[in-house]
Design a protein around this ligand. Sequence first.
Ligand SMILES: Nc1nc2c(ncn2[C@@H]2O[C@H](COP(=O)(O)OP(=O)(O)OP(=O)(O)O)[C@@H](O)[C@H]2O)c(=O)[nH]1
Ligand SMILES: [Mg+2]
Ligand SMILES: [Zn+2]
Length: 342
Amino acid sequence: MQLEKLGWNGFFASQARAGVPARVASATREHFLVWTENGEVEASVSGQVRRNGSTWPAVGDWVALRPDAPVIQQVFERRTVLSRKHPGHAMDEQVLATNIDALFIVSGLDGDYNERRIERYLVVARQSGARPVILLNKSDLAEQYRIDVGEVVARLRHWSGAPVLAVSAAAGDGLEGLADLLAPGETAALIGSSGVGKSTLVNRLLGQSRQVIGEVQADDNRGRHTTTVRSMFIMPGGWLLIDMPGLREVQLWASPEQLDASFEDVREIAQACRFRDCTHNDEPGCAVAASGLDEDRIENYRKMQRELDYLDRKTDKRLMSETRARWKIIHKAMRKKTKDGW
Ligand SMILES: Nc1nc2c(ncn2[C@@H]2O[C@H](COP(=O)(O)OP(=O)(O)OP(=O)(O)O)[C@@H](O)[C@H]2O)c(=O)[nH]1
Ligand SMILES: [Mg+2]
Ligand SMILES: [Zn+2]
């Protein structure tokens, strides 16, 4: 397997010192399957990487293996990082996947459909450096749940600025446009709640049953967390796709400024607020409150604003500034990329 087909490029080549380059294709806490030029091997993590408290490998990472044994001795600097705040009380970052170019935000057009959740995932995507794509799966069920697909697609396109596709992984509908969004060697990841059909999508795109599929509960259309390992697959078009376990909660790991990129409409209107530092929480002369924008969307913006302000106050400043430095690198790289063309 040529490394370029796995996403290898100059950014990683320039970091290569000793050892055998490999990409982490699947990761649990301690077990890693990595892909090298010579195929797939199981790898462990060297004592040195452990002791240094250096970056712990995640799915998508480029690493160097010891020449004599499948032991990860270096984790390369990442181009993009998909992460969230660690679930629970810890004020830590949890890395979900790395070096992804696109993030597929998957929702089911059924009883579990929730636009506020999509807004949240969009912030996660923007923070990661990957381009968001919204996938509305189970289009075959929309009518039964009285969801007007055309209306939903138009609204999401309007406020997300991202490509929005209504698809049915089960029936194989609407998937033609999907492959066009990725170039060969690029990597995408699937994010969404349990039961939205992420693994069904992987199997459908591969044309074979590689991932186990789970039933959803009849009352709330939620899944039972069937997928438990993050793993990467090579798609027929030559791009790579990471299937991930469904998330129960998505707390943000971002700076307060990061939020605004996902709420340009709210931001634009906010310029007319009487007070420059208006938080759009009942202040006099608040233009956002008076705008007629979807009240739920504004409330979700406020909620995430409070969440990020809290995170900003509580987080170890050193840690956060490291994360910010990384964002700067990512955004610089993105601007360059946009200039050069994708
Ligand atoms: N009607 C319909 N059902 C679908 C579609 N896609 C997936 N499903 C069903 O949704 C259920 C959950 O599918 P999975 O692919 O296991 O969902 P997942 O997102 O991978 O779930 P986790 O691994 O638990 O995160 C299964 O019963 C699938 O058959 C679709 O397009 N239409
Ligand atoms: Mg799954
Ligand atoms: Zn205001």
